[in-house]
Design a binder for this molecule. Structure first.
Ligand code: SF4
Length: 489
């Protein structure tokens, strides 16, 4: 690419001076990236080698604690099976006939392929499939593929938790995960949130569980776990409601039905902070059904919803009354309810409960999270080829009538490749993702990737997808690279 960029980035000199050998002991502040929680860590370094990881007590989030996986970061760093340099597949794909080459050779090889594809079929025929590419890495990768000219920056969020930010956008106008004021709440309705197992930020949530149990003498927060399985969180909760998978939204609507019918909702909050509770007429004179009418429909009565969810009508009524009268209360939906085909609707219904009891952006309720006001990275200058490539439809049809709300549809990529719809794909780059292991239909993913002429992985490990690739450009681990990150409570 010949585009000129006015980026405030300084290239390293070709022959960087050798760093003096580090001696002695010191602690380096960093961030654990073994899961999305991003706990703040301190790494003890002795004679230039990381030897111990601890939680950083200065963090208001994990407050000096980390989980066993965070402790095991050193095993990740020193894993003898790590890929230690760039690899090019010299035999048949999947034959394990790798040759380790220099970075110069590997980069030239990939650059030539990219230039050839760009020239011949267009840059849009390249896909960048990615997982947890956060912070500055997310930006750098995004800018590179944008400058190259592909619209196919396909993150994994659609098979993860995108439903929740979308639901928040549709109900409250901001697109992010909620924070929760666990410390000050009196009642928790957890819809599939594994507070004690894997709900980010895990170490924060684990500590908050203790606060809810013993942090307020004379007051114990009631925790109701709504979960199809008897999870660790369900076992430790005050009450477990075993629900049919994917029916959380129906349950939330039935709880709303009872709260509204019995006049238990926070009328002041609803009147002052919501729109569309009552039926309303728009500027064109068209009548719209409000949330109250919607929730009071017979199909959301406890008796009807009991048939859908498997939770008895009596239990639904009791839980609704408890939730509405033990303030501040919060309803929290996590992966169990949002990672469903109806995840957006589940999440909208759950979040509506917070509005009914006046718990949005209030003490003891949910918290609206905002990105910190970082200076935005500069946009790349685009040449004509990039402009044309970016104007092409995305391979996953995200943000079209097929997926009007989703910014990406990761799970659709294999089918689209196999159908060559809307065009044939020439290359895929995989970063922090292993779709041959984690796609809903891994066989389909395998078949699709086999058809793509050029596959590149950035993984530092020979995972299932990397084993299929033509080139491996192994990334550093999080303990080795410069990286910023934004962590949310
Ligand atoms: S919970 Fe924190 S310490 Fe544990 S893996 Fe996740 S980021 Fe690392």
């Amino acid at each position: 690419m010949a585009a000129k960029h006015a980026w405030p980035l300084r290239p390293l000199p070709a022959q960087a001076e050798a760093l003096p050998e580090a001696t002695g002991e010191h602690w380096v502040a960093s961030t654990c990236l073994q899961c999305p929680a991003g706990c703040a860590i301190l790494v003890r370094v002795v004679n230039g080698r990381a030897v111990k990881i601890e939680g950083n007590p200065a963090s208001p989030n994990n407050r000096g604690r980390i989980c066993p996986k965070g402790q095991a970061g050193l095993q990740f760093l020193y894993d003898p099976d790590r890929i230690k340099g760039p690899l090019i597949q010299r035999g048949k794909r999947g034959s394990d006939d790798w040759e380790m080459v220099s970075w110069e050779e590997a980069i030239s090889y990939v650059a030539e392929k990219l230039a050839e594809i760009r020239e011949k079929d267009g840059p849009h025929t390249v896909i960048f499939m990615n997982g947890r590419n956060r912070g500055v890495m997310h930006h750098h990768m995004g800018v590179f593929f944008k400058a190259y000219g592909t619209p196919n920056d396909v993150g994994h969020g659609s098979i993860c938790e995108d439903a929740r930010p979308i639901a928040h956008k549709l109900t409250t106008g901001w697109s992010h995960y909620s924070g929760y004021d666990w410390e000050n709440t009196a009642y928790v309705l957890s819809f599939g949130g594994s507070l004690l197992e894997a709900w980010r930020p895990t170490t924060h949530n684990l500590q908050m569980w203790g606060v809810m149990r013993r942090g307020h003498p004379g007051r114990r927060t009631k925790i109701v776990q709504i979960d199809p399985r008897f999870s660790v969180t369900a076992a430790k909760a005050d009450e477990w409601l075993p629900i049919r998978p994917g029916t959380d939204g129906a349950l939330a609507m039935a709880i709303a039905h009872v709260i509204i019918q019995e006049g238990l909702y926070d009328e002041k909050f609803v009147a002052e902070h919501t729109f569309g509770f009552e039926d309303w007429t728009d500027e064109q004179g068209v009548r719209h059904m409000g949330f109250k009418t919607l929730a009071l429909q017979e199909k959301y009565s406890p008796e009807q919803v009991a048939q859908i969810t498997g939770i008895s009508a009596q239990t639904i009524v009791r839980i609704a009354r408890e939730f509405a009268t033990h303030r501040p209360a919060l309803a929290a939906g996590c992966r169990g309810s949002s990672m469903q085909t109806n995840g957006v609707y589940n999440s909208m219904a759950i979040h509506a409960l917070n509005a009914l009891v006046g718990s949005i952006d209030q003490p003891g309720g949910t918290m609206i999270q905002h990105d910190p006001p970082c200076t935005p990275w500069p946009e790349p200058e685009l040449d004509e080829v990039a402009r044309q490539g970016l104007a092409m439809p995305r391979i996953d049809y995200a943000k079209t009538r097929r997926h009007p709300l989703g910014g990406k549809a990761y799970q659709d990529v294999p089918d689209q490749i196999l159908a060559a719809d809307p065009y044939k794909i020439n290359a895929i780059f995989f970063y922090y993702t292993n779709p041959v292991f984690s796609m809903p239909d891994v066989n389909r993913a395998y078949q699709a990737f086999e058809k793509v002429p050029f596959l590149v992985s950035f993984s530092p490990f020979m995972d299932e997808t990397t084993a299929l690739c033509d080139v491996v450009l192994p990334d550093h681990t999080y303990l080795e690279r410069w990286h910023d990150d934004i962590i949310y409570p």
